[in-house]
Design a protein around this ligand. Sequence first.
Ligand code: PEP
Length: 246
Amino acid sequence: MKKFVVGNFKMNTTPSQFSSYLDEFLPRIKDCKTNIIFCLPATHFHVASLRLSATNIKFGAQNISSEKCGACTGEISNEMVKDCGADYTLIGHSETRRKFKETPESINQKIIRALEVNLKVILCIGETKYERTTKKTKLSLKRQLDTALKGLYENELRNIMIAYEPIWAIGTGKTPTPKEIEDTVKDIKDIITDNFTVRAAEKMNVLYGGSITESNCSQFSKIKGVSGLLVGGACLNAKSFANICK
Ligand code: PEP
């Protein structure tokens, strides 16, 4: 099965820098079979829509509002993102959870908003270092998933993938071992089975994210149950990201 590689640009580059980045990136991935997705600042959507429409590369937002429209200064709605040509949105990244004080309920609301306009969701979940060392990872992920997916029908899960991103691994250069990731992905699938069905769990794409680099990516992408990678810092270098995708 084709793997996914998602590049999360966070708040990096200007739109013109992103255009120059694509000048370098696109020729390098010509024959690449990976499903590539860029999660971009909204300011970059017009460049993405112009430059990526003739490719198989998709793009998406890094967050959307939990509201449909109205008095939400500074926010961007589901329809706005979709209308710019985006196919995806990240939801519940640990940085948006922390900085914008997202709650499990607002994350659930954002997922519902995304699905309403056929935006595919990359739902980020992960444990703290304390939760990992005290063996509370599964419990923490269960709490996050139970509320995030509350009220959804099983057929809506086909538009959702889960990015398992241990909070302590994001941007730190630290990663879990491949065995820890394999076990955690199994835990995630068990939680999906409990909330939905075995079939839903089998079909769910689970990505790993956290300190992926060009040199460690292949060991993580080969882990049983892992459908791809979510890459932050290392996606900002066009050559490195192209190599990760390949
Ligand atoms: C991320 O921001 O989702 C991420 C995985 O970052 P990094 O690759 O830099 O750890």
